[in-house]
Design a binder for this molecule. Structure first.
Ligand SMILES: *[C@@H]1O[C@H](CO)[C@@H](O)[C@H](O)[C@H]1NC(C)=O
Ligand SMILES: *[C@@H]1O[C@H](CO)[C@@H](O)[C@H](O)[C@H]1NC(C)=O
Ligand SMILES: *[C@@H]1O[C@H](CO)[C@@H](O)[C@H](O)[C@H]1NC(C)=O
Ligand SMILES: *[C@@H]1O[C@H](CO)[C@@H](O)[C@H](O)[C@H]1NC(C)=O
Ligand SMILES: *[C@@H]1O[C@H](CO)[C@@H](O)[C@H](O)[C@H]1NC(C)=O
Length: 324
């Protein structure tokens, strides 16, 4: 059904439309405006007022000021990736209260923008230039936030109060980091995200593996049921450990979790033991695993060591008859 829809839209517009944008914001092709890569220096003021989906990516727009979206009250999806944006005036989104998806990745924002977006569900501010992860206070009002992507190569430290505004928000998935090295992590920072369910960490720690210990201890205090580590072990490029606190079969995942499905089809993962006392073994094993260079070897060792308590599942077996 969705596949058919995507195909139709592709033919009509010849464009790469955002799958989440289509899922959350699509009502009619006539309400989609794809103006990406057109060498425009500003958001046009004469766009149809019923526009719901707007892609302005890869246009040289350095600043977003006051009236840019003043007539686009129905906007639900906005993407301005790779525009060289350096500044966003705080009130620029005031007139678009129904915005659900905002993607400002790959710009040059020197601070995390102070945005008031009460209905936002997916927010991508990754690969910008900010030097701190300190979130503006207004982020506490983003009660519907599901996926938050945050990361800057210039931010090398995480401070205790950085994520405070999100402490009461039921965030499903946080993707944090920009594939660069972190120098400091203040213990307790991620523990504040009490309702966090899944985290993907894109950071390297090099010799500072104690940072990872602090992070794991903090995540143990949240509701995180899945973690992904991208390149967290410097020796191997593509190290990834996936931990699931509840067993799930690939087939039971809805199609919206495309990324998760593809990982489960390829990777081996550890299952979180139900019994409290066995969890200690699990955490100890996980730490040992992350401290060592050769993931597969260590994984096998860990598997043998805790095979009585924690069944190791190889998802390959499930994937043969998967039609996705
Ligand atoms: C983009 O527009 C500028 C003027 O605004 C012009 O100088 C430049 O050649 C244009 N680039 C392309 C690729 O069209
Ligand atoms: C934001 O846009 C970039 C560039 O197109 C894309 O790779 C990324 O997946 C988007 N972010 C989200 C959360 O969809
Ligand atoms: C962030 O890093 C980029 C690339 O190294 C640099 O050009 C930019 O000036 C830095 N910005 C800040 C705010 O530190
Ligand atoms: C979160 O909720 C607690 C308890 O109701 C409250 O004390 C705290 O100020 C709230 N924090 C934010 C950032 O809203
Ligand atoms: C995880 O949290 C439990 C208490 O909720 C604690 O007993 C245990 O030591 C923690 N494990 C680690 C590795 O921090």
């Amino acid at each position: 059904m969705l596949f058919g829809l995507l195909l139709t839209l592709d033919i009509v517009s010849g464009a790469d439309l955002d799958p989440n944008g289509l899922r959350l914001c699509f009502t009619s092709i006539s309400k989609i405006q794809d103006l990406s890569g057109q060498n425009r220096t500003a958001v046009p003021l004469n766009l149809p007022e019923d526009t719901e989906y707007l892609d302005m990516s890869q246009n040289p727009i350095q600043e977003l000021t006051g009236e840019a979206f003043s007539k686009l009250h129905h906007l639900c999806f906005l993407k301005m990736a790779d525009c060289g944006l350096t500044e966003i005036s705080p009130r620029v989104f005031d007139k678009i209260p129904f915005l659900k998806i905002l993607n400002l990745t790959l710009n040059k924002l020197s601070a995390i923008p102070d945005l008031l977006l009460p209905n936002i569900q997916i927010l991508d501010l990754s690969y910008n230039f900010y030097r701190s992860y300190q979130l503006p206070k207004a982020y506490k009002n983003q009660k519907n936030l599901e996926l938050f992507v945050l990361g800057s190569a210039n931010a090398t430290s995480v401070h205790l109060s950085d994520f405070d505004p999100l402490q009461n928000v039921t965030l499903q998935h946080l993707i944090l980091g920009a594939e660069t090295k972190w120098l400091t992590y203040e213990s307790g920072a991620l523990a504040k995200l009490q309702h966090l369910q899944e985290i993907s960490l894109k950071a390297t720690f090099c010799e500072k593996m104690n940072l990872l210990d602090l992070i794991l201890a903090d995540l143990n205090k949240t509701q995180v049921t899945a973690m992904r580590f991208h390149r967290s072990i410097s020796v191997q490029q593509d190290s990834m450990v996936f931990i699931l606190l509840e067993p799930i079969s690939v087939d039971s995942l809805s199609k919206r979790f495309i990324g998760l499905r593809s990982i489960l089809k390829q990777k081996t993962y550890l299952e979180w033991p139900k019994e409290e006392h066995k969890r200690q073994v699990f955490w100890a094993s996980l730490k040992a695993m992350l401290h060592r260079a050769d993931k597969f070897m260590v994984l096998k060792e860990v598997a043998l060591a805790i095979s009585e308590t924690t069944p190791l599942i190889n998802a390959f077996e499930d994937s043969k008859d998967d039609t996705f």
